[in-house]
Design a protein around this ligand. Sequence first.
Ligand code: ADP
Ligand code: MG
Length: 305
Amino acid sequence: MSEVDADADADASPEPGSGRADADGPAGAGTATRTAEATGAGGREDAAGDRPLRVEGLAKSFGGITAVDGASFDVERGQLTGLIGPNGAGKSTTFNLITGFIQPDAGAVYLNGSDVTGRPPYELADRGLVRTFQIARELSEMTVLENMMLAPMHQPGESLWRSVTPGPRRDVQAAEEEALERVWETLEFFEIDHLAEEYAGSLSGGQRKLLELARALLTDPDVLLLDEPFAGVNPSLEERLLEHVHELRERGYTFLLVEHDIDLIMENCARVIVMHQGQILADGVPEAVRADERVIDAYLGGDVE
Ligand code: ADP
Ligand code: MG
């Protein structure tokens, strides 16, 4: 059920932005928007303001199958936005397009006003957008603490551990202590500090999800994308995970959440985006979306999960 494998990362890295030239208009636009200063100078930051993530006309086909068909939406800062839709609607593909794991055929992704279409995952993490990852098999054989120390940071191959190794000895020690402190704080926040010495592979489904979220948080993101974070999680841990997400949201973190459980989305999200056959079918507050005839039709069309 892992939707992202090592290959996807490898594919995305060597040719960042390869899929964007056609969709992007003027050559070099991507370079110009690379820095935060450029973002501000162009006035796009104001425009982005409270919408740190925006996608416009995203499209992706696989062979003859159109998985995403001109999807446009944005995500408000400090909110929990839900992305729902029947199986095969294009939700995971949309996530993969946003997070740079696959290249769009058309359309653009804007992060804090900058065009980041097709940028590789590590660059997006550096700019503040991360997705949670399922703990890979090799990481299952490491402890929770080791997983945290090896959490990917801003550059390929970088981790908290690597990031503190070079430099004069005293600096290294100070940086190491700081990094460790941050790891422990994060583990405590998610109430999994008592599991620090356990192997990741021995955690329950819910505890793993907490660890995945904890790892994502170490990259200091402001936008987090969660693809079915509650899958395989028992109700009490689901409740806890949700509490953490809400607490982080209150601190200003922004979430885009793909989830099967429509009721959970409706109860917890300020805004709900509904995908159907690769298109955005509805987008609004839960009450409006729930009452939308087209949404009811899409779900009653036999595709209900
Ligand atoms: P969802 O996450 O909403 O269930 P997906 O984005 O996974 O939907 O899939 C949308 C459509 O694209 C489906 O018809 C699926 O079979 C197809 N699809 C997704 N990924 C691929 C791929 N790598 N190769 C071929 N078809 C794919
Ligand atoms: Mg999916």
